[in-house]
Design a protein around this ligand. Structure first.
Ligand SMILES: [Zn+2]
Ligand SMILES: [Zn+2]
Length: 117
């Protein structure tokens, strides 16, 4: 049963490439990103008092920039990206666990959808 369900999620994931949005976005709202891909609201604790020169949240210490973790890559990933779509390295938001892994989210997605079936 588990295998079958996982298979169907994979198929959805493949379809996504041809069209629209990511399936595994995130369960909580992700912050809008401003200048140089910096979160305007803390992605971890939701603190909205982010100063223009802050690199970290003053409440929880979270790193505020959504970046590719490869220092030689200057791509700016989307707020919900777990991996850099240019070079494949993890993003800072995923590294710092502001985003759950897609596997974890897939399980929740399946749990959620099987309830309504
Ligand atoms: Zn914070
Ligand atoms: Zn990259």
């Amino acid at each position: 049963m588990e295998k079958l369900r996982h298979g169907s999620v994979r198929n959805n994931n493949i379809q996504k490439e041809a069209s629209i949005d990511l399936i595994y976005t995130n369960l909580w709202p992700l912050p809008p990103l401003g200048f140089r891909n910096k979160a305007l609201i803390c992605p971890r604790c939701g603190n909205g008092a982010i100063g223009s020169y802050d690199h970290h949240c003053s409440e929880c210490g979270a790193y505020l920039y959504q970046e590719c973790t490869d220092p030689s890559c200057d791509y700016s990933p989307d707020s919900n990206a777990r991996y850099c779509s240019r070079c494949g390295q993890v993003t800072t938001f995923f590294r710092d666990k502001y985003l759950m892994s897609w596997e974890e989210e897939a399980e929740l997605y399946i749990a959620d959808h099987s309830k309504s079936m």
